[in-house]
Write a new protein. Structure first.
Length: 815
RNA sequence: GCCGAAGUGGCGGAACUGGCAGACGCGCCGGACUCAAAAUCCGGUUCCCCUCGGGGAGUGUGGGUUCGAUUCCCACCUUCGGCACCA
């Protein structure tokens, strides 16, 4: 038997698959009956800001196992691949390396493609796409225009997150602990005019999951998304400012405490503040306070030790009791949430209470515990839910929930209030003052305002610029020739939008493009999308829970409402792989702690590496990368090679494959199929096949079931180690294992003639021995009591109770 | 503070529905082969006690349910993740 040579074998089969286009799958022809079961396997596409590391190896190998497994179970499986090549990650990499982003990403893509092929991943290479390709971003722009027409993309001035290092605006989702997700710089607040997607219009829907019947999302991901969206039910109530003849709405979740409102607070950014300042004796202080507060980010404000604020000199009238309460401006009220104005009820809100204490404002309790009484003096009363209203005129005596309802109804009858829901989610800011992204296809015309480009002018190509590095203004603005344009509507002078789109716009729809990736007529082919989507199994990091995964869901819901797709959710089943860590932190290029696969591929081969990364632990848990076990996995591959090779060198016989080795083979089929298929567990199947190979080695190649065991082991390990499996399969006299049906266990072979009877005394195992499988419960007890070891523990005692688990154990309970 | 996940040998982990804790692998120890080494193969490897038959303890801690708990319930500790001046 020749020596196992991973390099030679892997190179050979990769060429075979390439020549056969083994993993290419055609879309069904229009009108063809779609009887076949089909499956869309997808892992999140990589950023080509660098090349592959062990985290990628884990992710895509997992997808690969799932792909082979489904394919061989008779499913029509599409498994595409592409590159998230536009945007900040790629551009920053280019800046670091000092080249043009296009050159850098295209070089990285070429390397990644080579690495992916070297790892033997079963990808349909005819569906390869890149988001920086005009063939792709043309359609990103097309989708923007659709959103714009629908009023779902708009421009507004708003306080936004500014990264001083990357010199660009960031979405809320890209700010982590007050820092830029990409570079770690502390984010500042700036008031800028930016483009937004109206994702808040879908806030309620995004909290619901309209998954297909076989769909399944991890609960923790849904929880993260629901937390991010946030949702509070309450009421909007109008307070009147007589002096200005103006009604100001507030949002509250506690309309039952309306009688306890003792003051009123506006956020510093509230438009009304300037109007009040105009006629206020306190104008100087007011403007100064509002200006300072507006420059602080929410977190800075929250970190403040003591509440701050300024009295405006005005009063608002409480609609329920005509009380006139002072209007303050304070930065603990946020403009972005609710209406940017609140009624302050210090007795029943901790923050209002702290403010009232600080500025010596009255505290009036209007809700009391059912059994308790009204607390005398100024105090904050914790909300328990089981309370009654007090001092609230006709509402007194009602329970808290009844009070809420009754107060809102009363206000609604006088057009002073209504039910309202508030979300934490903000609209998605997606314009970036950066070069490397899809240009936003609009122009600004003095006469016509914002004018979208006509569809037939797409793609609006990203122009070349002298210097693409970020400097606070969009680099595209420096290309004057490109910026100057005739208005598509009136033909007059106009200027282009110089900002580009965020990377996450590109990735919010790429899974649709894969269905018909080279369509020149449309972003995606409706029939192909209807066939393949939603993605059957999506695999990627949980770090995208509030970003990419939410944006993609939003896009699909909008496209559905526009009649462009039939689905309401993009991803039916979602799985998060754990992080491959090095030195205790997630392996990533930006952290500089990466180990790449190239050297390991050379030393151990793709099969050993693929097996090892999945054997390291449960795929959904974080794992510390360590090379120490890889040699052991290479050992296993050689053991497989030898054990199966010895069988292959013998002529096949007609002798029936029976006995313990045959049963082990069938048991292994059951275990592996169940682990991958039902449990989506990838480490234990490897252990199961190891056991089978160990048993085959022990039994020897002349065991009557040796050939069955060898073929089964090779067939079951194929999704993990496709090259060596294919080679051995051929040596066993067969062909094209990648197309062979997944093995089926023979039920009759699983039957055991005996089983191991476990005997416990008082729940402790005292003996175990093989007995006939057909034993009745009485016989099992008799055999148990007959055991000398058991006797030693029940002698002289009385058996008070006997528990029998058929075909498993007997437990004797004694005094 | 609120919400969620996880704690098992020296290490990664297994034990799916309450029924043999530690599968499989790494590492380590011993042996075979060898002039020697590598490779390979065989045996051992949770801890403590032991007269070598075996006995006791043991899945973060403390309780509970049960004939029986890594698994279910309660409280707590630790670690990680999400949210947090969101009215």
């Amino acid at each position: 038997m020749d020596r196992y040579d991973a390099q030679r074998i892997e190179e050979r089969w990769q060429r075979v698959w390439e020549d056969a286009q083994a993993f290419h799958v055609e879309n069904p022809r229009p009108g063809a009956a779609a009887e076949e079961r089909h499956w869309y396997q997808l892992e999140m596409w990589p950023y080509p800001s660098g090349i592959l590391h062990m985290g990628h190896v884990l992710n895509y190998t997992m997808g690969d196992v799932a792909t082979h497994f489904r394919r061989r179970q008779g499913w029509r499986v599409v498994r595409p691949m592409g590159y998230d090549s536009f945007g900040l990650p790629a551009e920053n990499a280019a800046i670091n390396e000092g080249g043009h982003p296009r050159e850098i990403v295209e070089r990285n893509i070429a390397t990644i493609r080579t690495q992916m092929k070297r790892l033997g991943w079963a990808v349909d290479w005819q569906r390869e796409i890149s988001s920086h390709d005009p063939d792709y971003y043309r359609w990103t722009q097309w989708l923007f225009l659709k959103f714009f027409e629908a009023g779902l993309a708009y421009r507004k001035e708003a306080p936004v997150n500014w990264c001083p290092n990357d010199q660009t605006v960031l979405a809320n989702e890209q700010v982590v602990d007050g820092r830029c997700e990409r570079c770690g710089a502390e984010v500042e607040a700036r008031n800028l005019t930016q483009w937004f997607f109206r994702i808040t219009a879908y806030a309620d829907e995004l909290r619901r999951y309209e998954l297909p019947p076989d769909g399944e999302w991890p609960e923790r991901t849904k929880t993260i998304q629901r937390n991010w969206i946030g949702r509070s039910e309450g009421a909007e109530i109008l307070f009147r400012i007589e002096e200005l003849d103006l009604d100001v709405p507030v949002f509250t979740t506690r309309p039952d405490t309306l009688f306890g409102a003792t003051f009123f607070v506006l956020a510093p950014e509230h438009p009304l503040v300037e109007r009040l300042a105009e006629r206020s004796p306190n104008a100087g202080d007011l403007r100064e306070y509002a200006r300072k507060a507006g420059a602080k980010r929410g977190e800075e404000r929250a970190a403040a030790e003591e509440k701050t604020g300024v009295f405006t000199g005005y009063f608002a009238t409480n609609p329920v009791n005509e009380a006139r309460i002072p209007i303050w401006v304070a930065d603990y009220v946020l403009m972005e949430y609710g209406t940017g104005a609140i009624m302050a009820v210090p007795a029943h809100d901790e923050r209002d209470f702290a403010f009232a204490q600080r500025f010596d404002l009255p505290v009036v309790q209007v809700v009391a515990p059912r059994e308790g009484e009204v607390v005398e003096g100024a105090a904050y009363v914790e909300h328990t839910g089981d309370e009654v209203l007090v001092g609230s005129a006709q509402f007194s005596g009602m329970s808290s929930p009844e009070g809420k309802r009754a107060v809102v109804d009363w206000l609604a009858g006088r057009a002073r209030g209504r039910d309202a829901v508030s979300f934490r989610l903000r609209d998605w800011s997606f314009s970036r003052q950066r070069y490397w992204g899809a240009p936003i296809p609009v122009v600004y015309c003095d006469d016509c305002g914002i004018v979208p480009l006509p569809y037939d002018e797409l793609p609006l190509l990203l122009p070349e610029v002298e210097d693409y590095r970020p400097r606070g203004v969009a680099p595209l603005a420096s290309n004057e020739e490109w910026m100057r344009v005739a208005c598509p509507r009136c033909g007059g002078d106009a200027r282009r939008e110089a900002d580009t789109m965020d990377t996450f716009v590109d990735s919010a729809w790429y899974f649709l493009r894969y269905a018909e990736p080279h369509d020149q007529e449309a972003p995606f082919d409706r029939a192909a999308v209807d066939y393949w989507l939603p993605v059957s199994q999506y695999i990627g990091g949980i770090d995208h829970a509030t970003g990419h995964l939410m944006y993609s869901r939003f896009f699909v819901k909008v496209l559905n409402d526009l009649g462009l797709v039939g689905i309401r959710e993009p991803f039916a089943r979602l799985f998060h792989q754990g992080w491959v860590q090095q030195g205790g932190t997630k392996m990533s290029k930006s952290k500089g702690n990466v180990t790449g696969p190239d050297e390991l591929l050379e030393r151990y081969g793709a099969d050993a590496l693929r097996l090892y990364i999945l054997f390291l632990g449960p795929a959904d848990q974080d794992m510390e990368w360590s090379e120490s076990g890889l040699e052991g996995m290479a050992r296993f591959v050689r053991r497989l090679w030898r054990a199966v090779g010895e069988v292959a060198e013998r002529p096949a016989t007609d002798a029936p494959a029976t006995g313990t080795l045959a049963r082990k083979a069938h048991e292994t089929i059951v275990r592996v199929s169940d682990d991958i298929g039902r449990r989506f567990q990838f480490n234990t199947p490897i252990a199961a096949v190891m056991e089978l190979v160990n048993e085959l080695s022990r039994a020897g190649a002349d065991d009557p079931a040796a050939r069955l065991a060898a073929e089964t082991a090779v067939s079951l390990i194929q999704p993990y180690a496709p090259h060596v499996a294919e080679e051995l399969w051929q040596r066993l006299g067969h062909e094209r294992l990648w197309e062979q049906p997944w093995p089926q266990a023979d039920e009759s072979q699983l039957e055991r003639g005996t089983f191991e009877l476990v005997v416990q005394v008082n729940g402790k195992v005292r003996d175990r021995f093989a007995v006939d499988a057909g034993l009745s419960e009485e016989e099992m007890v008799a055999r148990a009591k007959a055991s000398a070891r058991v006797q030693a523990h029940i002698e002289g005692a009385q058996v008070r109770k006997t528990i029998v688990v058929p075909r498993k154990l007997v437990n004797l309970v004694v005094e």
